[in-house]
Design a binder for this molecule. Structure first.
Ligand SMILES: NC(=O)c1ccc[n+]([C@@H]2O[C@H](COP(=O)([O-])OP(=O)(O)OC[C@H]3O[C@@H](n4cnc5c(N)ncnc54)[C@H](OP(=O)(O)O)[C@@H]3O)[C@@H](O)[C@H]2O)c1
Length: 258
């Protein structure tokens, strides 16, 4: 039995991590902004799995709130064995037409929060000689897809570097790179996904189980779904200019605000 801290725990992929980890008998520290929703998730997890659930309501785009989560990870009395940096969102506007404050908040949540929490979690786990960090990034980081894709590319490279630095310490770092997954993510971002072919959709529960298998197998990059393993492999063979043109056109079609 161990304790996992999951950010963005109330919906989608983060919620699926919480259900799966609770099912496996882990206690949880759950993080998101909406306290009422955290309490609801906590009540259901406790009732169904008889695990301990601690709530940390925090907006990870705010430095002071982020520090409260980092301090929890550094707490020696209550060690956290698995950190899942999952919280995130996307914007629907193009960079130049959009709100710059939103773009900054995006980087704060997708990059700065991952940086700060990975630092606190990795130091504390390394001192104990055991633990794992999962940073939820995206296949969007493999192609030019705006600020979001750039942030996810940063997270993937950062996690690879962290994994290298932690090698031999008993602590692992894994970048989980999902493709399109059924969650609240696209609706919250006001993205029109109606034209996306069915075969490109992933389910959060399956993706989480596959990721935990990859962590156990010591993989640094986890790409769930055969379709995305193929796309990621083929993508490396396509000339980058062509990739840029295709992904740019697809992104414009999904935007509903421009
Ligand atoms: N769905 C996809 O197709 C897909 C594909 C690849 C990667 N991803 C990545 O997967 C991760 C999870 O996304 P999802 O699809 O599960 O989205 P989701 O269903 O919209 O869930 C997002 C979660 O993050 C929390 N959150 C958002 N902003 C936050 C903030 N400022 N501070 C703290 N918590 C915040 C939300 O709770 P509150 O609103 O209460 O804070 C919610 O619990 C993200 O990093 C996303 O980029 C998603």
């Amino acid at each position: 039995m161990s304790t996992a801290l999951v950010t963005g725990a109330t919906s989608g992929i983060g919620h699926a991590f919480c259900r799966e980890l609770a099912e496996r008998g882990n206690d949880l520290v759950i993080v998101a902004r909406d306290r009422a929703r955290l309490e609801n998730v906590s009540d259901k997890l406790r009732a169904r799995h008889s695990v301990g659930v601690e709530i940390l309501a925090a907006d990870l785009s705010e430095r002071a709130s982020l520090q409260r989560v980092a301090d929890r990870l550094a707490d020696r009395e209550r060690p956290v064995d698995l950190l899942v940096n999952n919280a995130g969102f996307a914007t629907s506007s193009s960079f130049l037409k959009g709100d710059l404050a939103q773009e900054e908040a995006l980087l704060d949540v997708l990059c700065r929060a991952v940086l700060v929490l990975s630092h606190a979690g990795a130091l504390s786990m390394k001192n104990r000689g055991r633990g794992a960090i999962i940073n939820v990034t995206s296949v969007a980081g493999f192609v030019p897809t705006g600020t979001y894709g750039a942030a996810k590319a940063w997270t993937t490279i950062f996690t690879e570097t962290l994994a290298h630095e932690l090698a031999g310490s008993g602590v692992s770092a894994t970048a989980l790179c999902p493709g399109f997954t059924h969650t609240e993510f696209h609706e919250r971002a006001n993205l029109d996904m109606s034209r996306l072919p069915q075969y490109l959709w992933l389910e959060a529960d399956r993706l989480v189980r596959d990721c935990l298998d990859d962590v156990r197998a010591g993989k640094v990059i986890s790409v769930p779904g055969v379709q995305y393993k193929v796309i990621a492999g083929v993508g490396q063979l396509i000339p980058h200019g062509l990739l840029r043109a295709v992904s740019g056109r697809a992104a414009s079609r999904r935007r509903t605000k421009d």
